[in-house]
Design a protein around this ligand. Structure first.
Ligand SMILES: *Cc1c(COP(=O)(O)O)cnc(C)c1O
Length: 376
C-alpha cells in the first residue's frame, strides 16, 4: 500500500494547534454544517425501537431501497429495480473499496483517474490487482484521455473509474463524455464505476447528470452515491450502489462475507433524508456558492490562479512556478496558519496544485485571504 501522504500535514497541523496557533483548516472535505434536524429526529425515533437493535439484512431495508429508487426517478428520471439494482452501503467508500474484490484478480488492472479519491487505487491494490493512472490535466478540462491508454494495459483492464463532479479538481463533465466512456467500455469489455458523490453540490444553476441516464448505461455501469455530502452525514456512514444488476449483486455477495449491514436506525434516517423536505440542499448550495465566490475572488485579488468550480466544495489552485505542492502547503501552514491539501497527495498528476475546501465560514475565508495578503 502507498504511504498516507496527508499524514505529515496532519501531524504539522496538530502540532500548530497544540502550540495555540489559530489554524484555518481548508484541508478536509467534510461539511462543517450539521445534519438537518428532521433526519436526526428520524434516527432518534428508530433508535428507540428494539427491533432495530439487531443485525440489519445485508441487502439493506426494502424501504430504503425504494426511497433510493424514488430519488433516482425524481432527480434523474432513471428507473431502478429496488430488489436487484440498488444496494445500500456503509458509506460509499466502503462499496468503492470492496467492489474490486468481486472482479479483479492478480495481474488485472483498474483504470483510475490521477489525481483521485484514494480508495480507487487502494481497492485495486488490496484485491491484488494494479491501478493504471489516467492523468487529468487542466488543458483537457480534467477529463482522462482514453486514447492514451496503452493496448497492453487495456487487455488486462477490467474496471474504469469516473468521478464527476470531481474530487479533488472540482471539474464537471457533460453527457458527451459519459457517452464516450460507455462506448469505450463496451469496446474493451470494461466495467464502468461512476462515483456521483457530489451531484447535488453545484452552483450557478448547474445540474449534473447521472451516467445511468444514458442509453445502454445499465449494461456496463455501476454508480456510487452517498448521503454524506448532500445531507451533511459523513459520520453516519450511509451510501449506496446502483445500476447493472449483475455488478450490484456481485458487490452484495462480497459484502455479505465482510459486514452485516447498516444500523437499521441509520437506514430509517436515510429514508427520511431522501423523502423529506429538500430545501436544505438548496440552502447548502447557496452557502457554499457564497464561500466559493469569496475565496476565489480573494485569491484572484492576490494574483493567484484559481477558477470557480461549478460543483463540489473544492477549489483546485495552481501553486507558484518554483514551488511544489507539499512545500507550498507547508509554507501556508508555517507563515499563515492555513491548512490546504497538497495535490500530490491525490496522485502524481496532482503535483503543481493545492486543494482548498469550502468547509469554513465566509468570515474565516476572508481572514485567510487577509493573512495571505499580509505575508505577500
Ligand atoms: C466524500 C466522497 C465520497 C463519499 O464517501 P462516503 O463513504 O459515502 O462518506 C465518495 N467519493 C468521493 C470522491 C468523495 O469525495
Amino acid at each position: 500500500m502507498p504511504p498516507y501522504l496527508f499524514l505529515e500535514i496532519d501531524k504539522a497541523k496538530r502540532k500548530a494547534r497544540a502550540e495555540g496557533r489559530d489554524i484555518i483548516d481548508l484541508g478536509i472535505g467534510d461539511p462543517d454544517q450539521p445534519t438537518p434536524g428532521y433526519i436526526i429526529e428520524a434516527l432518534h425515533k428508530a433508535a428507540q425501537d428494539p427491533v432495530n437493535h439487531r443485525y440489519a439484512l445485508d441487502q439493506g431495508m426494502p424501504a430504503l431501497r425504494r426511497s433510493i429508487e424514488g430519488w433516482y426517478k425524481r432527480r434523474f428520471n432513471v428507473n431502478l429495480n429496488p430488489d436487484t439494482e440498488v444496494l445500500p452501503l456503509i458509506g460509499s467508500k466502503e462499496g468503492i473499496a470492496h467492489f474490486p474484490f468481486a472482479f479483479l484478480n492478480a495481474g488485472d488492472y483498474s483504470l483510475v483517474p490521477d489525481p483521485c479519491y484514494p480508495p480507487y487505487k487502494g481497492g485495486a491494490i488490496l484485491a491484488g490487482a494494479k491501478p493504471y493512472l489516467m492523468p487529468l490535466r487542466r488543458e483537457n478540462a480534467f477529463l482522462p484521455d482514453l486514447n492514451k491508454i496503452p493496448k497492453s494495459i487495456l487487455k488486462k483492464a477490467k474496471i474504469i473509474f469516473v468521478n464527476y463532479p470531481n474530487n479533488p479538481t472540482g471539474a464537471t463533465c457533460d453527457r458527451g463524455f459519459y457517452a464516450e466512456v460507455i462506448k469505450f467500455a463496451r469496446k474493451h469489455n470494461l466495467i464502468v464505476v461512476s462515483d456521483l458523490a457530489y451531484s447535488e453540490m453545484s452552483y450557478d444553476g448547474y445540474k449534473h447528470s447521472s451516467m445511468l441516464e444514458l442509453d445502454g448505461a445499465k449494461d456496463v455501469v455501476i454508480e456510487f452515491h452517498s448521503l454524506s455530502k448532500t445531507y451533511n452525514m459523513t459520520g453516519w456512514r450511509i451510501g449506496w450502489a446502483c445500476g447493472n444488476a449483475e455488478l450490484v449483486q456481485a458487490l452484495a455477495k462480497v459484502k455479505s462475507n465482510i459486514d452485516s449491514g447498516i444500523f437499521t436506525a441509520v437506514q430509517f434516517a436515510g429514508v427520511a433524508a431522501l423523502e423529506g423536505p429538500q430545501e436544505h440542499v438548496t440552502n447548502m448550495c447557496r452557502l457554499y456558492q457564497q464561500r466559493r465566490d469569496c475565496l476565489v475572488s480573494g485569491l484572484k485579488s492576490l494574483g493567484w490562479e484559481a477558477s470557480n468550480p461549478k460543483a463540489t466544495f473544492y477549489v483546485w489552485i495552481s501553486v507558484p512556478k518554483k514551488s511544489n505542492s507539499i512545500s507550498f502547503a507547508s509554507l501556508l501552514l508555517d507563515k499563515a496558519d492555513i491548512v490546504a491539501t497538497p495535490g500530490v497527495g491525490f496522485g502524481e498528476s496532482g503535483e503543481g496544485y493545492i486543494r482548498m475546501a469550502l468547509t469554513v465560514s465566509e468570515q474565516r475565508i476572508k481572514e485567510a485571504i487577509e493573512r495571505l495578503r499580509k505575508i505577500g
